[in-house]
Write a protein that binds this ligand. Structure first.
Ligand code: ADP
Ligand code: MG
Length: 291
C-alpha cells in the first residue's frame, strides 16, 4: 500500500527563518529519497530560491492573472534532488488580500490534480504568520494540512506571532482544522533562549520539536544560494535539519495549543525580562525559571 501524502504547514513571523528551515527540511527529505513538494505561501515569493537556484519561477497568482489555461509546468520548477517548487505569490501591491491569494493558488493546484499526479510523500507549505488573517489561516482550516509547526526565536515578537497562531489553531480545531506538531526554536544564541522557549511551550501545553542555533553555516549557504544540505552536507546544521525532517515525517502526534491571553503573555514576558536583567543576558538560566 502506498503511504498517504502528509501536508505540513510551517508558520512564523516574517524574517524568523521559515523559508530557510522549510527548504532545508525539503532538501534533507528529498536527499533521503522522499518525494517532496514545497509551496511558498508568502507574498514575498522567495520560499524556494535556495532549492531551485536561478531557475525563474512565475508565481501561481501572476500566471493566473495572465489568463488562459495554466499547466503545472508553468508554475513549478524541479529543484534540488527533485523537490517540486511552487510559489503562490501575492496580489498586485496595494490591491487585494494576500491571504485570499493563497486560497486561489491552492485551489488551482487541486484543480490541476497536483497531489494525485505527482504523488508526493510530503507537501510543505511555507506560510507567513505575522497576522493570521482569514486568508493566511487557509492551510489550517478545514483539514487542508495534517499538522502545523511554528518557527520561533526567543524574541518577544516571534513568540507573540506563535501565540496568535495558537489562537487560530484553537479556533479551527473543533471544525476539523489542523493541530500543532510543535515549535521549531530557531536562531538561538543567548543561554536563556532555550529555557525561555521551553517555558513558553510549557505555558501553552505544546512542545519544542527541534532547537536550531544561529549559525554562520546557514548564512554561508544562503550566500551560495543553496540550502545547508547542499552547501555543507556534513555540517552540524545539516544533521539538525535532517533530524527535524525525519521527526516531521515519522511523528504524527499533534495537540491543540492553549494560547496565553494578551495580559498573561505580557506578564509572562515581563517575568523573563526581569530574570534576564537580574542574572545578566549571558548567565546560564535555570530551566523553567519562571514556570
Ligand atoms: P522567513 O522566511 O521567515 O521570512 P528566512 O528563512 O528568509 O525568513 O530567514 C531570514 C534570514 O535569517 C535569512 O538571511 C536566513 O539566512 C537567516 N537565518 C534563518 N535561520 C538562521 C539560523 N539558524 N542561523 C543563521 N541565520 C539564519
Ligand atoms: Mg520566507
Amino acid at each position: 500500500m502506498t503511504k498517504r501524502t502528509q501536508h505540513i504547514a510551517i508558520y512564523g513571523k516574517g524574517g524568523i527563518g521559515k523559508s530557510t528551515t522549510t527548504s532545508n527540511i525539503a532538501a534533507a527529505l528529498a536527499d533521503a529519497g522522499y518525494r517532496v513538494v514545497q509551496i511558498g505561501c508568502d507574498p514575498k515569493a522567495d520560499s524556494t530560491v535556495t532549492l531551485r537556484g536561478v531557475n525563474y519561477l512565475p508565481t501561481v497568482l501572476d500566471r493566473t492573472r495572465e489568463g488562459g489555461r495554466v499547466h503545472l509546468e508553468d508554475i513549478s520548477v524541479v529543484g534540488f534532488r527533485g523537490v517540486l517548487c511552487i510559489e503562490a505569490g501575492g496580489p498586485v501591491p496595494g490591491v487585494g488580500c494576500a491571504g485570499r491569494g493563497i486560497n486561489a493558488a491552492i485551489s488551482l493546484l487541486q484543480d490541476l490534480h497536483l497531489f494525485e499526479e505527482f504523488k508526493p510523500d510530503i507537501v510543505l507549505y511555507d506560510v507567513l504568520g505575522d497576522v493570521v488573517c482569514g486568508g493566511f489561516a487557509v492551510p489550517i482550516r478545514e483539514g487542508l494540512t495534517d499538522r502545523v509547526y511554528v518557527v520561533s526565536s526567543s524574541d518577544f515578537m516571534a513568540i507573540y506571532a506563535a501565540n496568535n497562531l495558537f489562537k487560530a489553531i484553537q479556533k479551527y480545531a473543533p471544525s476539523g482544522g489542523a493541530k500543532l506538531g510543535g515549535i521549531i526554536a530557531n536562531g538561538l544564541i543567548a543561554p536563556y533562549a532555550r529555557p525561555l522557549i521551553d517555558d513558553f511551550a510549557v505555558q501553552t501545553e505544546t512542545r519544542v520539536v527541534q532547537y536550531i542555533p544561529r549559525s554562520s553555516t546557514v548564512a554561508q549557504a544562503e550566500l551560495h544560494g543553496t540550502t545547508v544540505i547542499e552547501a555543507a552536507p556534513d555540517s552540524a546544521h545539516a544533521a539538525i535539519y535532517r533530524e527535524l525532517g525525519e521527526k516531521i515525517v515519522a511523528d504524527d502526534s499533534s495537540v491543540v495549543p492553549q494560547p496565553l491571553g494578551v495580559n498573561d503573555l505580557r506578564d509572562w514576558a515581563r517575568q523573563w525580562g526581569d530574570l534576564i536583567l537580574r542574572e545578566g543576558a549571558d548567565a546560564p538560566v535555570p530551566i523553567r525559571a519562571v514556570a
